[in-house]
Ligand binder design. Structure first.
Ligand SMILES: *[C@@H]1O[C@H](CO)[C@@H](O)[C@H](O)[C@H]1NC(C)=O
Ligand SMILES: *[C@@H]1O[C@H](CO)[C@@H](O)[C@H](O)[C@H]1NC(C)=O
Ligand SMILES: *[C@@H]1O[C@H](CO)[C@@H](O)[C@H](O)[C@H]1NC(C)=O
Ligand SMILES: *[C@@H]1O[C@H](CO)[C@@H](O)[C@H](O)[C@H]1NC(C)=O
Ligand SMILES: *[C@@H]1O[C@H](CO)[C@@H](O)[C@H](O)[C@H]1NC(C)=O
Length: 510
């Protein structure tokens, strides 16, 4: 996604239609047309409807067995004890005879793979403007170039760009009241409103270059300075994007013996100076596989293990018969583009027509609409760890496939404008069953919220679509083909589900 598209995507998400209008439509529609038409309306405007109390006919049949969803600890509860005010750790009187901002000279082999060298003795205004001290712009840009192409790109994309950047100032000296933080700090500029981008571009570079916990000294502290953290923390009460974003960072911190998230007061005016600052990456490192799978696969698994262990979740497994396969289906009904319009039909089909093997289906769209599920990180992690088959329209939510059981399956539906998958690294780490060539979308449906188009005009001007249920069934059936040791899916196809009911549960009446 290019920068301009990102900007428009963010703006495009908020087209205001008065909420009461939808209340009237729903109730008038319910009265006049009944369920089928309303399902369509509901899917067209689920984002607003999710805030209403839905009339009973909308609620899905209660699932025979529901996943157990964790809702605690909240992101705020988790992170609270790790938040440290600058004043608690700053060294009061900076007495450095030489204070000159420079880039750390590290050998190529020690250079983080995303190509961005740490800065030494560098400051920042609390509003995020970087302050280079005692080094001219010319000198600074020369040393940036000397590091390499990726450093040059980051320097421009992250700190010097026109759209959304905070800019850089060059000064000769720092003021006496500057706050001084020694040791290593990592600067994070969150990727707002897209949890996959946030994971791929903000978490991934640090995750894949993190030293394994057991190789770090016990007193090692990792410090993060998150731009505008106060705002993200406040936003995290309502916005599950912000919630996940901050939680992704918190769980990254679990890979260090000690972690601190640096915070300053809203009205802070002093300059914040760092002995050693890893610059933020706006576009570097996105799921970069340069380091090789022998590095990034264990790194991903460490992140997954640390998250599971934090939430008290044991290593999950794909169920075996006679336990039914757990299918989680998400049609993106709560988003504004790339939505599955016949999601309810697909859902009913999965639940009713599949008998060999049968499924327990969790329909994310309905759970989101009813408020049973809000996509906070504990909910996402616990749901994914109880999902054997994830059927989902391509989108940011797929980042969470890293919390599925090993050897689970992901059926990712790209639709007509299909961006390619981002989960190759998860597929590799967890040995997931996942194919990218199948794409059972059927016909395009113009989406009023994404430009009323049936063309693939841009990332945010894309049509909605329907799913071809026959093709979807074929893809699901292909899971019966064995894929290596540990693949439990074939067992579900060879097991006789009809007779098992009468034999195994003779007194049970459904
Ligand atoms: C700063 O350190 C130098 C020696 O390192 C010392 O002579 C000087 O008095 C110190 N200044 C302050 C303000 O502490
Ligand atoms: C940040 O604050 C500094 C100091 O007050 C100011 O010079 C600079 O223009 C501000 N930057 C932005 C992006 O507002
Ligand atoms: C950590 O502990 C080691 C020895 O156990 C010590 O040498 C080192 O200075 C400590 N580092 C910090 C940052 O406290
Ligand atoms: C989801 O959010 C709604 C509205 O804030 C709340 O009533 C509901 O309890 C939440 N559900 C979960 C599972 O946390
Ligand atoms: C959407 O596009 C169709 C076909 O081009 C057109 O008839 C319709 O008026 C458009 N609707 C809106 C709200 O622009």
């Amino acid at each position: 996604m290019r920068k301009g598209n990102v900007g428009r995507a963010l703006l495009g998400g908020k087209r205001a239609i008065p909420k009461y209008a939808w209340v009237l439509v729903v109730f008038a529609g319910l009265f006049l047309f009944g369920e089928p038409i309303l399902y369509k309306i509901l899917l067209l405007k689920q984002r607003d409807l999710s805030e209403l109390e839905l009339p009973t006919p909308f609620l899905m049949d209660k699932m025979a067995s529901k996943p157990f969803l964790l809702t605690t600890p909240s992101m705020h509860e988790a992170i609270a004890s790790k938040i440290v005010h600058f004043d608690e750790i700053s060294i009061k009187s900076v007495n450095k005879t030489v204070f000159t901002t420079r880039l750390e000279q590290i050998s190529n082999s020690k250079m983080p793979h995303y190509g961005v060298a740490p800065m030494l003795d560098v400051c920042m205004h609390p509003n995020g403007t970087l302050v280079v001290v005692g080094t001219s712009q010319e000198e600074m840009e020369q040393s940036v170039e000397a590091i390499g192409e990726e450093m040059v790109r980051e320097w421009h994309d992250t700190y010097n760009c026109i759209w959304g950047c905070k800019g850089i100032q060059y000064v000769d000296n720092i003021p006496h009241d500057a706050v001084w933080i020694d040791g290593e700090t990592t600067h994070i500029i969150p990727y707002v409103n897209n949890v996959f981008h946030h994971f791929a571009e903000r978490i991934w570079p640090h995750l894949t270059t993190a030293i394994p916990l057991d190789q770090l000294p016990k007193n090692h502290t990792t410090r993060y300075y998150v731009n505008d953290m106060q705002t993200w923390l406040e936003g995290a009460h309502q916005s599950m994007n912000h919630n996940t974003m901050m939680y992704q960072l918190y769980t990254l911190g679990l890979l260090s013996p000690q972690v601190q998230f640096l915070q300053h007061a809203d009205h802070e005016t002093r300059l914040l100076c760092f002995e050693h600052l890893k610059p933020a990456c706006a576009s570097c490192g996105r799921m970069n596989t340069k380091l090789g799978s022998n590095i990034y696969v264990p790194a991903l698994l460490r992140y997954r293990d640390a998250t599971f262990s934090f939430f008290g979740i044991q290593e999950p497994q794909v169920v075996r018969p006679p336990t039914k396969l757990r299918v989680t289906y998400y049609g993106r009904g709560d988003t504004y583009r790339r939505r599955t319009i016949n999601a309810f039909e697909v859902m009913h089909h999965l639940q009713k027509s599949w008998v060999q093997p049968p499924f327990h289906v969790t329909f994310v769209d309905a759970m989101l609409a009813s408020g049973e599920y809000n996509q906070s990180l504990p909910e996402v992690v616990s749901l994914m760890s109880q999902t054997d088959i994830l059927i989902t329209t391509h989108g940011a939510n797929t980042w969470a496939s890293i919390f599925m059981p090993k050897h689970a399956a992901v059926i990712e539906i790209y639709g007509p404008c299909g961006p390619s998958t981002w989960i190759d690294v998860m597929v590799e780490a967890l040995m997931l069953k996942h194919k990218t060539e199948e794409n059972p979308w059927d016909f395009r449906v113009p989406s009023l919220f994404a430009g009323n188009t049936t063309e693939c005009e841009s990332a945010d001007h894309t049509p909605d679509f329907t799913i071809d249920i026959t093709k979807l069934d074929e893809i699901i059936h292909s899971l019966a083909l064995p894929k290596g040791v540990g693949d439990n899916f074939p067992l579900h196809w060879v097991y006789d589900w009809t007779s098992s009911h009468s034999h195994k549960v003779p007194n049970f009446k459904e």
